[in-house]
Design a protein around this ligand. Structure first.
Ligand code: PMP
Length: 325
């Protein structure tokens, strides 16, 4: 403010413009080295020892999403939803990010929220793993625990109620119904897989949680290669140990789920997933979680039935150190 009231026209406006310009330049300089820039571009690993005995000429690969900075595939959609919130003005300085999550999206919100200066409040089922809760608390997250018997559905209902009660306080990305969720995979995961397989991918297999990974990746891959076959995987029963995945028959179906994208749907038991998790760790050096075990189990079952020149790709969703033995 000019105390004498003799401000030369344009002075303050010019200063503001200049500082905005400097900030923009700093942002641009910084963005290449930002946390956000370290999300995605994950390796595609060929499974060898765990995939022994496949028919000749059949290859199987896993996208190592557990190597994202937040440790899971959910870094991608969390970043996309936060950027979308900032772009549309739904997320502004001083607001709190609020959502329901079984853990990994929460960790991603917590990490990105901390780096971008937002508080984060999460509703999650009481039985989410203690390791995940510890990580969330380390990022400074406010955790609200919900009824474990209602799984993520209960957490979703509470988050929605809290948002509706105080809409000005919260940014509620609602990952189950947010288009930016599947778009993160449409624009990131899928083109990466396409490039990493040099367009040779023939089959894509992924489990369903919010369904963002399956829907976004499949949608883009089928545009790139209409003959691609996509297999969606679910836990075999409502009470399962595959954290992050949904039994669609009995759960609240996510708004972004598009069942027409799958050429085949398969179910995997928790026991088969855990056995595969162990094989991946001990024979291929890949320490990943149970949903990754389930993905690879389903991908291997499929691969065993395929002819030469088939290239199957699946997802390693998160790391194994977040789970109990
Ligand atoms: N595995 C794990 C460990 C997860 O946390 C999630 C996310 N809920 C998934 C798989 C499924 O991913 P998506 O939400 O994209 O369907």
């Amino acid at each position: 403010m000019d105390l004498l009231g003799l401000r030369a026209p344009g002075d303050e406006a010019d200063k503001k413009k200049m500082s905005a310009c400097v900030l923009e330049q700093e942002d641009q300089l910084d963005s290449a080295h930002s946390l956000a820039a370290s999300i995605g571009h994950t390796p595609l690993v060929r499974l060898r020892n765990s995939a022994r005995g496949l028919p000749a000429g059949v290859e199987i690969y896993a996208k190592a999403e557990h190597l994202n900075p937040g440790g899971s595939v959910k870094d991608r959609p969390a970043l996309a939803m936060i950027l979308d919130g900032e772009r549309t003005g739904k997320l502004q300085r001083g607001m709190t990010i609020l959502d329901a999550t079984s853990g990994n999206t929460g960790i991603a919100y917590a990490m990105i929220g901390a780096a971008r200066g937002y508080a984060v409040t999460l509703c999650l089922p009481k039985n989410a793993s203690p390791q995940r809760k510890r990580i969330l608390r380390s990022f400074g997250v406010n955790i609200i625990e919900t009824d474990p018997l209602q799984a993520t559905d209960g957490a979703q209902l509470l988050a929605r109620r809290m948002f509706l009660a105080e809409p000005g306080k919260y940014f509620y990305p609602d990952q189950y119904n947010n288009e930016a969720n599947w778009r993160a995979h449409y624009e990131g995961t899928a083109p990466e897989i396409w490039d990493q397989t040099e367009g040779r991918i023939t089959h894509f297999v992924a489990g369903l949680g919010t369904s963002g990974t399956f829907v976004g990746t499949t949608r883009r891959l089928k545009e790139l290669k209409p003959t691609l076959r996509a297999v969606s995987m679910q836990p075999d029963s409502p009470l399962h140990g595959l954290e992050g995945l949904k039994h669609m028959g009995t759960a609240m179906v996510p708004g972004i789920y598009d069942a027409t994208l799958a050429d085949e749907n398969v179910a995997v038991t928790t026991e088969d997933a855990q056995a595969m998790q162990k094989i991946l760790a001990q024979q291929d050096g890949l320490l990943v979680g149970p949903s990754s075990g389930a993905n690879v189990f389903a991908a291997l079952q499929l691969a065993r039935t395929l002819p030469r020149e088939s290239v199957v790709v699946t997802i390693l969703c998160d790391g194994g150190e977040r789970y109990n033995e």
